[in-house]
Design a protein. Structure first.
Length: 157
């Protein structure tokens, strides 16, 4: 059998976890049973976007409903500017558990800073940074403290 790390999810670049289940009767009981496993569609329409090279393009003025699925998930987005000035990024938390974090990147994909440090589950995040005209910039939404949850991302200039 091939090693577990060779199994890849079609929407993420991580190994698909394997789960094992053992069922047993209580005491000396026995009988028929039905087991149903239903996958949960936890990924959003922007996946895969776990690497800056797979960033999903969005427009200034866009409203993006997405989620951080687990402690290892991160979401990259890219956008192009028409004019120089400030871009405002807001993350509206739609989860009681997510502690959001934000990183920004220059057109050459170098880190240009971080959003404010949020420490409360369910808190929102606001950040602005300077941009030049006719350039492509990148942002990364991730979680702190191994949290996960849904969020709405908005870009304004």
């Amino acid at each position: 059998m091939p090693p577990a790390n060779r199994f890849r999810s079609p929407w993420r670049r991580r190994p698909i976890p394997r789960f094992f289940l053992q069922l047993a009767g209580y005491g000396d009981t026995a009988g028929l049973y039905v087991l149903k496993v239903t996958p949960r569609k936890a990924f959003d329409q922007y996946e895969p976007n776990d690497e800056i090279y797979n960033s999903r393009p969005i427009r200034i003025g866009a409203i993006v409903d997405a989620n951080i699925m687990d402690k290892g998930d991160t979401d990259y987005y890219s956008f192009e500017t028409e004019r120089a000035g400030k871009v405002r990024v807001s993350i509206e938390n739609r989860s009681a558990t997510l502690i959001p974090a934000l990183s920004t990147f220059t057109p050459d994909q170098r880190s240009s800073g971080f959003g404010p440090d949020v420490r409360t589950p369910g808190a929102n995040l606001e950040h602005s940074f300077n941009v030049q005209a006719n350039q492509k910039y990148y942002i990364q939404v991730w979680s702190q403290a191994n949290t996960a949850g849904e969020y709405t991302l908005k870009l304004r200039q």
